[in-house]
Design a protein around this ligand. Structure first.
Ligand code: GLY
Length: 571
């Protein structure tokens, strides 16, 4: 039987629809001299400038991170903390520069006399601030892995702060959205609402006080911030507004080199963030459960894949309840990525029916269910150099503009990372995450994170990626990897694909609008899932290296940010 022209046309359309290129929002940037992917064009340019000067992936990562402090002050930071997973040749390392609780913090810091949480206490104002880890963390990343001189790596950010930059639409909208909270603090209002209004998109913004901080940081390293007048100014600003952060806390802070979480998945070696982040363990355990459930053999966009991935996340996030600071966690990668435990978790998945989170331990400890807010916080960058060295670095103030207090003498915002502790164990935090006693507040402890900076590699190929978006970071990171590893998507298409999310509590599948067809949603509901549409989940940025030296950079189309860039050969 001969096929009609219309039939051929339909087949061609279907093939185009299924091909990775047809799905990509844009071609990835390609080159050979290195690549950077970050939230902001000027930050990506700063990283590329450093690569062009002969810097390596670590130099580029630090330069990009510092430029984000200037052009994306709502998330890029010196007043927060972060995590980086680094692959230099065969050496794979993990730098934890997560904030710590100030020395004066304790279990009841955010509770009133009757033991009830004080509304907003761990979210707004400097009582919510952990001890910043970024000043020492970024310096330490460069000290161990950098190639250029330290002042050269700081210079692009200093220049941006001194000479000025065009205010992005995202920064403008963030300021407008948060105006009520930000203007509670006169210091913040004066800098960010001159004349009472947020600077309009495209207007030139100079930050001379931050330029001065960066100049000193370039000359003296972290002590320019963590000791002396700036540290005193941070303590004074904190005290003025009811905080407990002191100059002594700043001086005592130290980043820690740790072993990353390591696992193998679908033929790839993977290294990701271990405690104090849950991210790498969540990515690893969900990948292992999906492998056991033969997930990759199910039809790509059908209900079965959505059902199984939701069940895998339900179990992985239940285990998150046991996690916290590495010294306080009730379980970590050793227990939660053990084959026997993953076999046990997988065996409880009904292939056709949703479990109830109330039947997935440790349910009895978790008491309430929270809404998931749309996150706009945190920022991720990925870099690769011509030698194939990679850095995945995620850094955060937690909420947009952190605790909302801008310290003029330092030129940056303080974080509100204390809300990532279980400030009232068993109750949901900013992301609706219900957390356990392992993550309760304690002086000097690191609060549990979901950041998932990740590096994956196999013969002749490697990628670095991670995202912004709170509890949705690990679920988005894994879905990008699955698209890329198993379904033939190119890097950009892998980022673009719509996603789903489940985090044990609340017991719901969150789906981006085009992630599920109406029929698939109906089928999932018939299996017992509650499905909630969300605008968008996390934003993931990634770079890739291939044997022969080709590199790619791709950024998430969600959220209106994202700038990919590569160093191209000069012919
Ligand atoms: N503050 C977001 C996170 O660390 O997961």
């Amino acid at each position: 039987m001969s096929m009609s022209r219309a039939g051929c046309f339909v087949i061609v359309l279907v093939l185009l629809w299924c091909s990775p290129l047809a799905a990509a929002s844009r071609p990835p940037a390609e080159g050979t001299g290195g690549a950077v992917a970050s939230d902001e064009r000027l930050a990506t340019e700063a990283g590329l400038e450093i690569l062009r000067q002969g810097g390596n992936a670590a130099d580029a990562a630090v330069a990009t991170a510092l430029a984000l402090v200037v052009v994306e002050p709502e998330a890029g930071n010196l007043g927060g903390g972060g995590l980086a997973v680094i692959k230099f040749g065969d050496e794979v390392t993990y730098l934890d520069f997560r904030e710590t609780a100030p020395a004066a913090a304790h279990r009841e810091t955010y509770l009133d006399k009757s033991g009830e949480p004080v509304p907003g206490a761990s979210i707004i104002g400097p009582l919510a601030a952990g001890v910043p880890g970024s000043p020492t963390g970024l310096f330490e990343l460069h000290r161990r892995h950098g190639k250029l001189m330290w002042p050269a790596v700081v210079e692009p950010a200093r220049r941006l702060a001194a000479e000025g930059f065009a205010v992005s639409r995202r920064l403008h909208h963030g300021l407008v959205a948060k105006k009520d909270v930000l203007t509670r603090f006169p210091e913040t209002a004066e800098r960010w609402f001159p004349g009472g209004e947020a600077p309009v998109p495209g207007s030139l913004m100079r930050l001379p006080e931050l330029a001065k901080t960066l100049e000193d940081y370039a000359q003296r390293g972290p002590e320019a911030i963590t000791t002396g007048e700036r540290a005193q100014a941070i303590e004074a600003a904190s005290t003025r507004h009811g905080g407990i952060l002191t100059a002594a806390d700043l001086a005592a802070y130290a980043p820690v080199w740790r072993e990353p979480v390591r696992f193998e998945a679908f033929g790839w070696q993977v290294a990701s963030a271990d405690l104090p982040s849950s991210g790498g363990i969540l990515v690893g355990s969900a990948a292992a459960i999906l492998d056991r459930l033969s997930w990759s053999e199910e039809p790509r966009f059908g209900a079965q894949r959505a059902h199984l991935i939701a069940e895998a996340w339900r179990r992985a996030f239940a285990d998150r309840f046991l996690m916290g600071d590495p010294d306080a966690a009730k379980a970590g990668a050793t227990e939660l990525l053990a084959s026997s435990w993953l076999d046990q978790r997988s065996a409880t998945v009904d292939p056709m029916k949703a479990s109830s989170s109330s039947n997935v331990e440790p349910w009895e400890k978790a008491v309430t269910i929270g809404d998931v807010n749309e996150p706009t916080d945190t920022t991720h960058l990925s870099t690769v150099d011509a030698e194939g060295n990679l850095v995945a670095l995620t850094t955060t103030l937690n909420g947009l503009f952190g605790c909302a207090l801008y310290v003029p003498e330092a030129g940056f915002f303080l974080n509100n990372e204390m809300d990532d502790f279980a400030t009232a164990p068993g109750r949901p935090n900013l992301y609706g995450l219900v957390q356990g006693e392992a993550n309760e507040v304690g002086a000097g402890k690191r609060m549990l994170s979901s950041m998932s900076p990740t590096v994956a590699w196999r013969e002749g190929e490697a990628v670095a990626l991670g995202g912004r978006g709170g509890s949705r970071i690990p679920t988005s990171t894994l879905q990008v990897l699955l698209n890329f590893w198993l379904d033939g998507d190119g890097l950009q298409a892998a980022l673009d694909r719509p996603r789903v999310h489940h985090q044990w509590l609340p017991d719901q599948i969150f789906a981006e609008g085009d992630a599920l067809s109406p029929e698939t949603k109906t089928e999932l509901e018939a299996r017992g899932h509650q499905v909630t549409w969300v605008g968008s989940l996390a934003q993931v940025h990634a770079v890739r290296w291939m044997a022969g030296g080709q590199v790619e950079s791709a950024v998430d189309p969600r959220g209106g940010g994202g700038a990919s860039g590569v160093v191209r050969p000069l012919y």
